[in-house]
Design a protein around this ligand. Sequence first.
Ligand code: NAP
Length: 245
Amino acid sequence: MNKTAIITGAAKGIGRAIAREFAMSGYNVCINYNTSEKEAKELCEELKKKGCNIIIFKADVTNRKEVDKMIDYVLGTYGKVDVLINNAGISEYKLFIDITQEEIQRMLNVNIVGVFNTTQAVLQKSMISRKDGTIINISSIWGMVGASLEVAYSTSKAAIIGMSKALAKELAPSNITVNVVAPGAISTDMLGALSKEDLKVLTEEIPLGKIGAVEDVAATVKFLASYEARYITGQVISPNGGLVI
Ligand code: NAP
């Protein structure tokens, strides 16, 4: 396979599982990280030992200049970008009346502007001229149904769904698909904000009876990037154990 995928926020959690899944399937993979350099390097070494083609690049997705440098580096190394997976994201678990202006701004910057930055950069530098590409944006069930104590997060994740649907229409004539993966509760650091009791209650609400694994999300993303998913665009696929139906 001569396909290249960029995964943002891929040193940890869901992004790490996606990077592993794509690399082991034969993609050239760029692992983007911001602060988790040690984890990014470890993953890179692990996958290289298994014969995978991997590069890592530090870029804050909110910084367009850093994002441009990352895309140029990927193009210089692999020549094209076939798949962009916008996974980097942050959450904040607080009452709406307590969240600060700075926290709101940071949330919108990382979870929305970050996705705009990377998406515009890969479109301008590779996908539009090649008339080929797949963009997969990681939203959340809370962007579909809203979560108490996560108003800013839910807002940002709903915005990604709106953005993806509009962009899917705009890019279809260029043979580029845009889809959303909206996971339910997945076992990563992000769930660390919940107490043991909250986690127990949440698990009891999930029809399949368990918190999801990062690999469950990675499998969905891999399917959406596959040839078999070529007629799917503008859709929201939600690996959530039945929590939202
Ligand atoms: P995580 O373990 O906290 O990982 C978040 C990742 O985002 C980290 O790798 C982090 O990179 C990266 N990131 C944050 N700010 C960044 C920035 N400015 N520039 C570049 N990268 C940045 O969380 P996760 O659970 O894997 O979440 C991954 C995605 O899934 C997020 O979009 C999240 O909203 C979504 N999601 C998660 C769940 C869940 O239950 N876990 C459910 C639904 C949706 P560094 O560590 O390198 O800074």
